[in-house]
Every structure is written in C-alpha cells, then in structure tokens.
Unconditional design. Structure first.
Length: 90
C-alpha cells in the first residue's frame, strides 16, 4: 500500500501553515480607509407593506414552480432507472 499522496498532502499543509499571513483586520487598517463604529445602514428605496406582500407572493409562486419542475425531472429519472434496472438484461 502506498501513502505517497497522503504524505505529500501533509507536507504541503505544513508548508502552508508556516507562511506568514496578514489578518483581514490588518489589511483594512493598512488600506488607509477610515471606518467609524457609528455607520448606519441606508436604503434609498423603501417598499410599502403591500409591495412586500406582492413580492412575497411572487417569490413563493416562483419557488413552487421550481419545486414542481424538479419533482417532474426526478420522477422521469427514477422511471428510467427502474426501467433499466428491472427490464434490461446485462
């Protein structure tokens, strides 16, 4: 039995662990951009409750169509698999 692949992967992992990495926070600090802790999330467009309900219904309908399509595909694939398993002689 050969362990060449496992040993090679282990050596590569050890090499990668040795290299010096810069943290994401340090990269942000070094970029020169100033960030304050009091930033607020701002949306330019606002949706009314009626619009949100309309969007929710549309998304639910789209998801329902996707589920039905996927189920039809699965049933067809299962029927083909059953046909080949049960009736085709190898």
């Amino acid at each position: 039995m050969s362990f060449g692949g496992a040993v090679s992967a282990m050596v590569t992992a050890l090499k990668n662990n040795k290299r010096d990495r810069k943290s994401a926070l340090k990269k942000l600090k070094d970029s020169g951009v100033e960030y304050s802790g009091k930033t607020e999330l701002h949306f330019e467009n606002q949706a009314s409750p009626a619009e949100l309900e309309k969007i929710r219904k549309r998304v639910k309908e789209e998801n329902r169509k996707i589920v039905i399509r996927n189920m039809i595909i699965m049933v067809v694939l299962m029927a083909i698999a059953i046909f080949f398993i049960g009736f085709v002689k190898f």
